[in-house]
Design a protein around this ligand. Structure first.
Ligand SMILES: *Cc1c(COP(=O)(O)O)cnc(C)c1O
Length: 366
């Protein structure tokens, strides 16, 4: 966990909030199911190792990542829980998966043909079914049966899971979701066998299909981080775990008519103050944020002029002292609102924050 900060822009990560979210989801929706916490992309930029340790402590059974390197990072931090690599690995990396005891996804026979040349120690695999999204996954039960047979016949593989991923779990109209679920269950029935882990739902699926009993695990991402881009009627309060802060590094008086920033695109409407904040598009704070607001000492202040690579300027109602804290998102500006105003989803706002922005875990903040 890196906590050194030598710059005045930082992400504040509340690990206790993540733990509380996991416990609440478990209590109300997934009591009987194992939770695989999705910590891909550095745990949606919350810090993979710190989040993984926190969620395992809070009752998660395993972890999901997107690629081998993300899994290796967790193993090198000493984490021993099951880790599934949900994305596809090249067959020639199977020895790496084995070395780090990472479970891999198998979803098509062309891949398997090459994978069968692998002859090392056992690799655990989850078979993936495509229930309609047309991303990864075998589309027919015939193909899955073939994969199963070939894997069973090979000493170096052990099938421990069967899964799918829904294309529309976040859709309020659940027709498509139920159709995908039904396809998955029909497949299960046809295979007529059981797996250690049978999983289909991401966060929204876990909520919407809470009562179904054919799967025994869920893959939780966004809700664990305490964020929902749509109104969900939950019996508990989600606690957002990520906040983005910076500081006013310079505050200057301006007179009406003066212009601000690259291209001098903003003209000061009256005498006032401009604050310079050390965050820019290289930090993942896109140029499109021009015209949006930040929160400073009880006021919403407009981002004026173009957002630069490393800095932006805000219009201030009064002369604030340098080092005054600026909230980009957090308690007063929810990340969902930022996402909405930028025409995207919270996932993308989180993942856009660049790795050069240090993370401060809340226990370390006073
Ligand atoms: C990212 C991902 C998840 C988690 O999704 P959330 O919507 O964040 O809960 C689950 N399963 C797969 C296959 C994923 O890629």
């Amino acid at each position: 966990m890196k906590s050194a900060i030598h710059r005045d822009t930082w992400l504040e990560i509340d690990l206790a909030a993540i733990q509380e979210n996991v416990q609440n989801i478990k209590q109300y929706y997934t009591k009987e199911k194992a939770i695989f916490a999705v910590v891909k992309a550095d745990a949606y930029h919350h810090g993979a190792v710190a989040v993984a340790l926190a969620v395992l402590q809070a009752g998660a059974t395993g972890l999901c990542v997107s690629n081998l390197d993300e899994g290796i990072e967790l193993r090198e931090a000493g984490i021993q829980a099951p880790i599934l690599v949900m994305g596809k690995i090249a067959p020639h990396y199977l020895a790496v998966a084995q070395k780090y005891l990472l479970q891999v996804t198998v979803s098509d026979w062309e891949w398997l043909e090459q994978a069968l040349m692998y002859e090392g120690a056992k690799v655990q695999v989850h078979l993936k079914f495509d229930s309609g999204m047309n991303r990864l996954g075998a589309k027919t039960s015939a193909e899955l049966k073939y994969l199963l047979e070939r894997l069973d016949a090979h000493e170096s593989f052990e099938v421990v899971g069967l899964f799918t991923h829904y294309a529309t779990s976040d859709d309020t109209n659940q027709t498509d979701l139920l159709e995908q679920y039904t396809r998955f269950i029909a497949l299960l029935d046809e295979l007529g066998m059981t797996f250690t882990y049978i999983h289909a739902s991401n966060s929204y699926g876990a909520i919407r299909l809470a009562t179904e009993k054919r799967t025994n695990a869920v893959r939780l991402g966004i809700l664990m981080y305490g964020v929902a881009d749509q109104a969900l009627d939950l019996p508990f309060t989600l606690k957002p775990a990520m906040k983005l802060f910076s500081r006013l590094l310079e505050v200057k008086a301006v007179t009406a008519g003066e212009r601000v920033g690259y291209g001098l695109t903003y003209t000061c409407p009256q005498d006032g103050y401009i604050g310079v904040v050390p965050i820019g598009y290289a930090d993942g704070w896109w140029r499109r944020n021009q015209g949006r607001t930040v929160y400073i000492d009880g006021q919403f202040c407009e981002i004026v002029g173009r957002v630069c690579m490393d800095q932006l300027m805000v219009w201030l109602p009064k002369k604030y002292p340098a080092m005054t804290i600026v909230e980009l998102f957090g308690k007063h500006i929810p990340i969902q609102q930022v996402a909405q105003e930028l025409g995207t989803i919270s996932y993308e706002v989180m993942c856009a924050i660049d790795m050069r922005v240090p993370k401060v875990f809340q226990s370390e903040v006073n």
